[in-house]
Design a protein around this ligand. Sequence first.
Ligand code: PGA
Length: 249
Amino acid sequence: MRKPVMAGNWKMYKTPAETIAFFEKFRPLVEKASHCEIVICPPFTNLAVAVGAAQGTPIRVGAQNIGWAREGAFTGEISGPMLNAVGATHVIVGHSERRQYFGETDATVLKRTQAALEFGLTPIVCVGEMKEEREGGRTEAVLVSQFEGGIAPLTAAQFARIVIAYEPVWAIGTGLTATPEIAADAHRVIRAQVREKFGREGGDAVRILYGGSVKPDNVKSLMAQPEIDGSLVGGASLDAASFASIVNF
Ligand code: PGA
């Protein structure tokens, strides 16, 4: 059995004060949630505050990106040891917004994933096709090539520590959720790739999350798909009550 992961991606939202206010409301609402792992990924500037606010709870805190070097002349980057030092345990890598707007490629996704692993963080590695790619019948080819470039070069031991997130770009922030069946089909494509590269065991063990307009009212039907091992939630993770109802699906 794969333990679900419910992760909130706050993107470029919230100040430290707003982070504290969120946790005050959120903590009691998820007190009994032992059925899944809960991860909140706020902007870098709120990581320390979030870790403090989550103390004494099973809630984990993750970053939204990681530099691939230990340290150095890399303006604007944040390294694994820096994330360790503030108590982050997870990191989102290769989010489609980074791929679309900030030049992230499969090659840099791989480097960042390897850095996360080197520094003991759990990478949540994102893949997913754009609208035109789906409409052009290229979804499977895109998922395969993102897997090949960004994930397949990991060693089996490295691979065993990652979480994958399938996020169709056309469903992110648009209110257009993939139907549970569409999502599950894409998850099957990814899991088949995993099995081919890392064997049946690797394929059975890896958690594949779905992301893209996950809301309190659609999470149950998504999570009813055995292929879907959790969700990566953007907009609906910003509100404590809404994200708690997703966690408590
Ligand atoms: P959304 O974002 O839930 O707002 O669609 C998901 C994501 O980008 O991780």
